[in-house]
Design a protein. Sequence first.
Length: 202
Amino acid sequence: MSLGDKAKEVIRSANTILEGMAVTFSHMLREPITIQYPDRTEKPVTQMLQKRFRGLLEVQLDICIGCKRCEKACPINCIAVELSKDAETKKMMISRFDIDVSKCMFCGLCAEVCASEATGAIRHTREFEAACGTLDALVFRYVEPGHPVPLYKAPKDKSEIPVGEAGPHAREARERALRDNPATFAELRKPKTEAAPAESAG
C-alpha cells in the first residue's frame, strides 16, 4: 500500500469519527424523548392512558351472581370460579374466584360477557403495575380461602344493579397475593439438598 493510500485511509477514518461525534453532540443538545417513569411524568400515568385501556381485571363480588360466564368466555382459562353450598343456610356461595394475571391477555371477553349478560361484576381497571417476585403472586384471589361470598340475586331490571366505577379491588387482590405468596426467587432456587434436612427435622 502506497503512502497516498494510507493517507486516504487515515482521512476517511477521521471523517467517520467526526461524523459519528457530530450525531452524538447533536443529540446532547436536543430535548430528552424518554420519560423517566414514574418520577418525572407531567401528570400521573393513569391519567395519560387511553380511554379504552384495559388494565388489570377486578371483580366486584357483592354483585357477582356466580354464573361463570366469564370463566367460560376466557379463551385461555385464566379465570377459575367455584361454587359451594353453605351447610347452615343451604344457599350457594362463591368459594373461589381466581384470576391468573400471568396468563391473561387482556382481551376483554370476560368483561364484555358479564356486562351484557350478567351484572358487570368483572371489568378492567386502570391498574397496570403487577410486577412481583414470583408467578404465584400473579394469581389474584378475590375470595379469601375459608370465607365464601354469597351469590348476588340480580333484579330483572338491570338499571337497578348497583354497578359503580372501577374500585380498589384489583389493587387489594394484588396486595393480598403478594402477602399470601411471600416466597422469593432466592428461596425457590435453593438446592433441594438444603431443604431436605429441614423437612426431615420437622
